[in-house]
Design a protein around this ligand. Structure first.
Ligand code: HEC
Length: 390
């Protein structure tokens, strides 16, 4: 079989096909993951999206393993020659890195699911048995760090790969411009409730990953070792990005959780009202859920021992600040407020959700949504009372 110099050999064609396929799936996935934070965690709608997403991940993972096996054991080449060839030049190395990277990114995604006891299914039918212990990966921080790094690498590798192909037909600058325009166009159709963080990722972060990828590619092409420290800086940057964005300390910065000190409330507490009194109609409840959905990016609002970046909010109403059982990440400021007798009443919640940084100095919560409007704020507080009411 003779190779067409423009379109490349088998490996390149395979890489091209899969990078376009994965890129399209990726755009689709970011679209949905931009919508899902607007749905309350644990709700049926959100679970449906979540499971579709996991099953697609499991299916692609198995597909990737099959393709790798076929490629490795294809007749006519030894395994060693095959592996050497896979890293023989920049273009082949990009494809190989792409596959290796996809493998680990998917494994990490599946591992996160297994750690939570979720069933992943190939083609939505055949359960994929968990084969590793992922208990370390439940930390919300690692999840964010891994996903920012994998998004960055994934986008950069696809970009460089498509760029090396386009460049054969147009000037490099035109190729970059075309790819960025294409990326923006693909991400233009937006669902009504897309989360602004997803917008930021699609329009700002991913194009910058492209440029970083391209810069690395240029270094690598000249085989300059300097790209290793640059790569290290980039990885460290992405490991810390969730910290800057969400103000959540990486696991390696956490000291052992101190013992919780329980005190009496400074004021008399009014017990939560019955659920039906808080939201007389299902419309009231739905509207409050919609507003509170911002919070469930970081907080679980369903009965569960699991904490996300923030503590589980079920039962927060009338609870001493900084005392959710099993959440080991409170700021000193929050613990202090609790020990000084602050309990989460309507009045305290209203203060915290309108100007949290002044109300609890040193808080790590970055609520990301403006609740200065008293109507919205009350809806959220009603919702916190609702999930704490028996
Ligand atoms: C970006 C992540 C994030 C978002 C979004 C977020 N929180 Fe938080 N929240 C946290 C973190 C982290 C803490 C722990 C803060 C600390 O220890 O200083 C926290 C603490 C709290 C507490 C105190 C809990 C306790 O046990 O003392 C309440 C109440 C709370 N959040 C409510 C909300 C509400 C309501 C919203 C939505 C309007 C929201 N949060 C949005 C991360 C977040």
């Amino acid at each position: 079989m003779k190779n067409n110099p423009k379109s490349g050999g088998f490996l390149e064609q395979l890489g091209l096909f899969f990078s376009v396929l994965f890129y399209t799936l990726f755009a689709w996935h970011s679209w949905w993951s931009g919508v899902s934070p607007r749905l309350i965690r644990g709700s049926a709608e959100r679970d449906a999206i979540h499971h579709a997403h996991l099953n697609i991940g499991a299916t692609l993972f198995v597909l990737l393993l099959l393709i790798f096996a076929v490629w490795l054991f294809r007749p006519g080449t030894s395994v060693i020659t095959g592996l050497k060839k896979a890293f023989s030049d920049v273009s082949n190395t990009a494809v190989s890195l792409f596959f290796i990277f996809m493998f680990f990114a998917m494994l990490a995604g599946l591992g996160q699911a297994w750690a939570k006891g979720e069933v992943t299914k190939v083609l939505g039918v055949f359960p994929l048995h968990e084969f590793l212990d992922w208990s370390w990966s439940t930390s919300g921080y690692m999840h964010s760090a891994l996903s920012t790094i994998s998004t960055a690498f994934f986008s950069a590798i696809v970009f460089v790969y498509l760029f090396t192909h386009l460049r054969k037909y147009v000037k490099p600058g035109v190729a970059v411009a075309l790819l960025i325009i294409l990326h923006l166009l693909i991400n233009l159709p937006k669902p009504p409730s897309l989360h602004p963080i997803a917008d930021f990722g699609a329009y700002v972060l991913v194009p910058s990953y492209y440029l970083i990828g391209l810069a690395l590619f240029c270094w690598a092409k000249n085989r300059r070792w300097v790209y290793i420290p640059i790569l290290t800086v980039i990885v460290v940057f992405f490991l810390y990005l969730p910290y800057f964005a969400f103000k959540v300390l990486p696991p390696w910065h956490q000291s052992a959780a101190e013992e919780t000190v329980f005190v009496e409330s400074k004021e008399v507490l009014t017990p939560p009202r019955p659920k039906t009194e808080i939201f007389p109609t299902s419309e009231n409840l739905a509207a409050a859920k919609e507003t509170a959905s911002w919070c469930t990016q970081c907080h679980n609002a369903v009965e569960s021992k699991e904490h996300l970046l923030g503590p589980n909010l079920v039962g927060v109403f009338n609870r001493q600040a900084g005392t959710a059982a099993g959440y080991g990440r409170y700021s000193k400021g929050m613990v202090k407020a609790g020990v000084e007798g602050m309990f989460w009443t309507r009045a305290n919640l209203s203060e915290f959700l309108s100007h949290g940084k002044e109300f609890v100095p040193g808080t790590l919560m970055n609520q990301q949504t403006d609740l200065s409007d008293p109507v919205k704020r009350n809806q959220v507080i009603d919702y916190l009372e609702y999930i704490s009411s028996k």
